[in-house]
Design a protein around this ligand. Structure first.
Ligand SMILES: Cc1cc2nc3c(=O)[nH]c(=O)nc-3n(C[C@H](O)[C@H](O)[C@H](O)COP(=O)(O)O)c2cc1C
Ligand code: SF4
Length: 427
């Protein structure tokens, strides 16, 4: 069935300018929402659409918006839009800000109407220089056209968008780490409660949403919740941007419905495993998510199917690994990332990420024992559900996921006192 795309422009089309975006129907949804729908009606429509956050956790967006206080409170309310996108394997938000920036601006205008926000702060990964420039240009154009600022879109309210460049750490993508960083402080997650809807940016009520999540909103308002729900599965609705990287012929970002079979994404859209090699493993949603084996390639890419398969959808960033790669080495690369990115506030995370890395290195170099494999599982267990943020859980899931799914390969390193695939990439 043909896929109806609404997040990215068709190949060859350039929607970056306000004129081009408007010619494609842009800002009609914002006008409709602001002039014809009460804020509660927008929230109800988004709830009814089943939209779930695209930043990793898959939380209901409409429900999150309804946690915000009613307008007219003592403090201003804000949107913190998360475009930090620093997880290896995840590069989808970049496509929106570089190729369809007005879609994000329109989504922010509708979101602000729904929750009564006075301003949105888009926190963009520092390395996204082109995306930053493109988005700032779009914001300036929207402001000049009266879509932002005081009396924006012809209504008696003020709303503006500010674009900030990220400070270069993965932890600045965690929602409260991002808030701290946006306030000019060290990017360290805050303890919750209070949650951002109560105490967010500068202590004011704040909704944190991912760039892609916000960019889904104009289509929901334009075409309706029922249309959105008809795409995907009953509980994972709408299209999403799957980023696919690793050993495939056509790595890239593909807009497809949630629930698309993983095999179809790899074989049809990404052109299959490169150099005629056999598939060995797939990380389905950014490197935080437990790895799948090649036998699981027929799983559908939605929240429920992936949970049943023992992993999670995460950000939909798919990493394909072929038969030439050593699974211990792959686990080391990921463990090193988490060790480096732990902010160090929680003992379980600070020490646990370092221990996982050391243990994996020992196994890879042929110095490990079978007891080390048990220790990896044990350390991972101590790291889950104990810490201020989920980086610790993610580090544990990644390492223990590789061990559980490819245990025989780990054991082969112990018994053979070294890597059975020495021609594999260097960890
Ligand atoms: C270590 C860590 C890094 C994260 N990085 C990002 C990120 O780069 N972008 C993002 O949208 N969410 C990221 N998240 C998830 C956010 O904390 C938050 O759940 C998300 O931005 C909420 O948006 P959503 O409801 O629209 O998905 C990260 C979470 C953790 C624990
Ligand atoms: S879990 Fe790790 S990254 Fe998160 S706050 Fe604790 S130490 Fe920092």
């Amino acid at each position: 069935m043909a896929v109806e795309r609404y997040l990215l422009p068709p190949d060859g089309a350039d929607w970056r300018s306000l004129d081009a975006y408007r010619r494609a129907g842009g800002y009609e949804a914002a006008q409709r929402a602001l002039q014809g729908l009460a804020p509660e009606a927008v929230i109800e429509e988004v709830k009814a659409s089943g939209l779930r956050g695209r930043g990793g956790a898959g939380f209901s967006t409409g429900q999150k918006w309804s946690f915000m206080p009613k307008p007219g409170g003592p403090k201003p309310t804000f949107i913190a839009c998360n475009g930090d996108e620093s997880e290896p394997g995840t590069f989808k938000d970049r496509q929106i800000v570089e190729r369809n920036p007005h879609l994000l601006v329109e989504g922010l205008i509708i979101t602000a109407h729904a929750i009564g926000a006075r301003a949105a702060y888009v926190y963009l990964r520092g390395e996204y220089v082109t995306g930053f420039r493109t988005l700032v240009t779009a914001v300036d154009e929207a402001r000049a056209a009266g879509l932002l600022g005081s009396r924006h879109c012809g209504i008696e309210r003020e709303f503006d968008v500010h674009v900030m460049r990220g400070a270069g750490a993965y932890i600045c993508g965690e929602e409260t780490g991002m808030i701290e960083s946006a306030e000019g402080k060290k990017g360290q997650p805050r303890k919750r409660p209070p949650f951002p809807a109560v105490y967010g940016l500068w202590g004011c009520p704040t909704t944190v949403n991912n760039v892609e999540t916000i960019s889904q909103v104009p289509a929901i308002i334009r075409k309706g919740a029922a249309w959105f729900k008809s795409i995907g599965t009953p509980t994972s609705t709408g299209n999403t941007l799957y980023g696919i990287s690793g050993h495939v012929n056509r790595p890239g970002v593909y807009e497809l419905p949630l629930g698309t079979p993983l095999r179809e994404i790899i074989e049809v859209h990404a052109g299959g495993v490169r150099n005629g090699k056999r598939l060995k493993a797939i990380i389905p949603g950014g490197v935080s998510m437990p790895v799948l084996s090649a036998e699981q390639v027929d799983v559908r890419m939605d929240h429920e199917s992936l949970k049943q398969a023992g992993t999670l959808l995460g950000t939909g960033g798919i990493v394909v690994i072929d038969e030439t790669a050593c699974m211990v080495r792959a686990a080391i690369v990921i463990a090193r990332f988490f060790r480096h990115e732990s902010c160090g506030q929680c003992t379980q995370c600070r020490e646990g990420t370092a221990w996982l890395y050391k243990l994996l290195r020992r196994i890879e170099s042929g110095q490990g024992s079978l007891a080390d494999l048990e220790t990896i599982d044990q350390v991972g267990g101590y790291m889950e559900g104990q810490t201020i943020c989920a980086l610790s859980d993610a580090a544990a899931w990644a390492a223990t996921g590789f061990l559980r799914r490819f245990r025989s390969e780990f054991e082969a390193h112990v018994h053979g006192k070294g890597c059975p695939l020495p021609e594999s990439f260097e960890p």
